[in-house]
Each structure stands twice: as structure tokens, then as C-alpha cells.
Design a protein around this ligand. Structure first.
Ligand code: GTP
Ligand code: MG
Ligand code: ZN
Length: 320
């Protein structure tokens, strides 16, 4: 592990004494170094050559946080990860990559908690749309979490979500005051949740409330001193005290979709997904005759704001 990249966990890294048939979960990846969680403790491990050889060439990373893996002892050194079990779910995003590969942000989570903030940084419905699409693509249920409600009021927060007409389960929260945290804890108890969202919205702050003692870095959002911010630099998995796990991820500036199906884009917007069938089955709801979405736009059943976000997503995605 390179210096300066020590992986600090509150639970001690213990000697490996495990049943070889049971699978371990990837808690953090740093190049060829991996931290694994066996349900009781964290273990250091190394990536075996088999894993790299078997990696999907369309992906930038061979292992993602949340992956279930098989390990093998390797003499006196750390155990080796020799196989990855098939992912039940995954969350991907287009990598900034000349080969159009995707990065697997996290694996095997039940849901993606799309964290945004009421202010500082401002609430951006377009980012929520993109993450919702990607979560569904990988089989995760997208939820919205609107943090920093203390910077406005509960009414402001609810209005922001209602105006954006985001058809997702929404949690309102203030990591600063702890308001709404108990409800979120109860809602995610027992299963696996990955937190995603813009940098500075408060993911790591929320994590520290969910997992007391977690030492996730939290940054100061002060625009003056951006270099001094302790933002999260890699995804990490933490066990929840009452069972289940939560994965904190680094914030992103943008969420490029890469290639997408029209149906995927449509499924983000309830008003468009629920519109009656159009004349053409392959209608993209842009200019086709007999389009029920365009008729809904005229009649007011499809809000202009929603339609504009749909078009933006459609134009941005390389629609197949
Ligand atoms: N007012 C207010 N500030 C908050 C709240 N939650 C977090 N913050 C502040 O927002 C800043 C960023 O918080 P982080 O938890 O580091 O944000 P993050 O989403 O983990 O950021 P990245 O790791 O860069 O993705 C810190 O200064 C926090 O103290 C909140 O509920 N209200
Ligand atoms: Mg963070
Ligand atoms: Zn149409």
C-alpha cells in the first residue's frame, strides 16, 4: 500500500481465521491492496492475478466495493483474492476514458441513496435524474436524501423536491443537527446502501451519524480554501451497528451517462413513463406525430420542467 494511503478502520484488522467456503466483502480497494469485511472484522488482502485476468474489459476496475470474493491464503503474506462472485446489483458511471469504459462505483447494494443538499451546494434535480437512471440500470432502488435542511426549513426542502417532481422515496435530513437521522437509520437497517452525490452535500457527515466512530473524512465546503477540504477519496464500506452495510463514495462533479436506452431515460420521469402509448412504439417523444407525451405537454399533464429535463438527459446520453 503506498504511503499516505493507510486504510484506517475503527475495527482492528485481525488475523485471518475464516471458513474458506464463506465469501468476504470488499470494503475498500487501493490498487492491488484490498480491505475485506468478513461480517466480524476487516482483513488486509491482495488482488490475485486471476482477478485482473478475469476483469471485464469494458470496466475500469476489476473489483468494486461491495463485491463478494473468495480468498486463498498465501504463505505468511496477506491472503489473495482469487475470485469475484457474480454481482447481484451494481452501480456504474461512465469513466472519463478514451475507450468508453465504465467505472463500477459499488456492487451488491439494495439501494442507492442519492444525497443532495438544499443549499451549499444547491439542489440539482438533473444530477438526481442521472443517478436514478444508473441505479435502476444496475438493479438498485434509487432513493433521494435531501441534506442540510437546517440551511432552510422543512417546507423549503419539501417544496424543492415537489417542484422538481422527483418520483423517488425521499428522506429529509440535517447531518448538522441530526434532524431526520433516526428515520433514515430505521429505513436502511439490515441491508446494503450506497451513498452517492455531488461533493460537499454531506455524505460522509451522514455516514458518521449512521456509523458512530467511523473516521470518514468530512470537508469544509468553504469555497475560499478548496484545497483544504477533506473530501472522500475512495469508496468505503462500513457495517451498520444494527446489521447491514453502508458505502460512502467520493463526490462527483458530473454524472456522465455514456450510452443509454430511450426506455431508461423515460423511466426516470413518472409523467413520461405513465403517458398513454404513442402512435409509434419506438417514439422518442421529440417530434414524432401522434406522440402522447407531446400532447400531454400541450395539455399540461406533462410539466414543461420535466419535459425539459427529459430532453436534456436524452441529448446528453448517447441514445441507442
Ligand atoms: N449546514 C449543514 N452543513 C452540513 C450538513 N452536513 C454536512 N455539512 C457540511 O458540509 C461539508 C461537506 O460535508 P461532507 O460530509 O464532507 O460532504 P461529502 O458529501 O462527503 O463530500 P465529498 O466527500 O467531497 O463527496 C462539511 O463542511 C460539513 O460540515 C448539514 O446537514 N447542514
Ligand atoms: Mg465524503
Ligand atoms: Zn411519444
Amino acid at each position: 500500500m503506498p504511503p499516505g494511503h493507510a486504510l484506517h478502520y475503527t475495527a482492528p484488522i485481525v488475523e485471518r481465521t475464516h471458513n474458506p467456503s464463506s465469501s468476504w466483502i470488499v470494503a475498500q480497494v487501493h490498487g492491488a491492496s484490498v480491505v475485506l469485511w468478513d461480517g466480524h472484522a476487516f482483513h488486509d488482502a491482495m488482488l490475485g492475478g486471476q482477478i485482473k485476468a478475469a476483469a471485464d474489459p469494458r470496466h475500469t476496475n476489476a473489483l468494486a466495493v461491495g463485491d463478494e470474493v473468495d480468498v486463498e491464503p498465501s504463505g505468511s503474506g496477506p491472503p489473495r483474492v482469487i475470485a469475484r462472485r457474480e454481482r447481484r446489483t451494481h452501480l456504474e458511471r461512465a469513466a472519463n476514458d478514451p475507450r468508453s469504459r465504465v467505472q463500477i462505483v459499488a456492487a451488491n447494494a439494495t439501494r442507492a441513496l442519492i444525497v443532495s443538499s438544499l443549499r451549499d451546494p444547491p439542489f440539482r434535480p438533473g444530477l438526481v435524474d442521472r443517478w436514478a437512471l444508473l441505479a435502476r440500470r444496475g438493479g438498485m432502488e434509487p432513493w433521494l436524501c435531501l441534506n442540510k435542511v437546517d440551511l432552510g426549513s422543512q417546507t423549503d426542502a419539501e417544496r424543492a423536491v415537489a417542484e422538481a417532481a422527483i418520483p423517488l422515496t425521499a428522506h429529509f435530513l440535517s447531518a448538522n443537527t441530526g434532524w431526520g437521522v433516526e428515520e433514515l437509520k430505521a429505513a436502511i437497517a439490515g441491508d446494503s446502501t450506497v451513498m452517492v452525490g455531488h461533493s460537499g452535500v454531506g455524505k460522509s457527515s451522514i455516514l458518521r451519524l449512521l456509523v458512530p466512530g467511523a473516521d470518514a473524512s468530512t470537508g469544509d465546503v468553504s469555497a475560499k480554501n478548496r484545497k483544504g477540504r477533506h473530501t472522500t477519496s475512495s469508496a468505503r464500506l462500513y457495517p451498520l451497528p444494527g446489521g447491514g452495510v453502508v458505502i460512502d463514495t467520493p463526490g462527483v462533479r458530473s454524472v456522465p451517462l455514456g450510452r443509454a436506452e430511450v426506455g431508461e431515460v423515460v423511466s426516470v420521469f413518472a409523467e413520461i413513463a405513465d403517458a398513454p402509448p404513442c402512435r409509434f412504439r419506438t417514439c422518442t417523444h421529440r417530434a414524432e406525430p401522434g406522440c402522447s407525451v407531446l400532447q400531454g405537454l400541450e395539455a399540461g399533464s406533462v410539466p414543461r420542467l420535466i419535459y425539459a429535463r427529459y430532453r436534456r438527459l436524452l441529448e446528453e446520453a448517447e441514445v441507442r
